[in-house]
Write a protein that binds this ligand. Structure first.
Ligand code: FES
Length: 121
């Protein structure tokens, strides 16, 4: 609870004084595509899942200073589990299949602070 209060005060200060601060949750989605035919996240719907996450985070008003940022990345070296995404600064790694998995991560992890254990790798 104390972390939440400190985080909110910092976020309000960042908004008031217009400075950039780190994010509570910074998501990196691997969108890597291998041209040699090897398996990769791009072959498992990674772009669509990334697009959905960006859209939903914005719709829910979770994006912005001190809150959530969703970024794409290159290979995260977890190709066998793809598509994959990692949430920093906690360092929670996910493998997800479809939009319902992304929605569950957003609602449980980003909104309620509880990682979705069944999707953690
Ligand atoms: S291609 Fe996505 S983790 Fe390697």
């Amino acid at each position: 609870m104390q972390d939440a209060v400190v985080h909110e005060i910092t976020r309000l200060a960042a908004d008031r004084y217009n400075f950039v601060m780190s994010y509570q949750y910074h998501l990196f989605f691997c969108l890597n595509e291998r041209s040699n035919g090897d398996d990769c996240c791009a072959r498992h719907n990674a772009q669509s899942l990334f697009d959905y996450a960006k859209k939903r985070v914005k719709e829910l008003g979770l994006n912005g200073n001190g809150k959530v940022r969703v970024n794409k990345s290159g290979c995260l070296d977890h190709c066998a589990n793809g598509p994959v995404m990692v949430v920093y600064p906690q360092g929670v790694w996910y493998s997800m299949i479809d939009e319902s998995d992304i929605e569950e991560i957003i609602q449980s992890h980003l909104v309620s602070g509880k990682p979705v254990e069944r999707l953690v790798i």
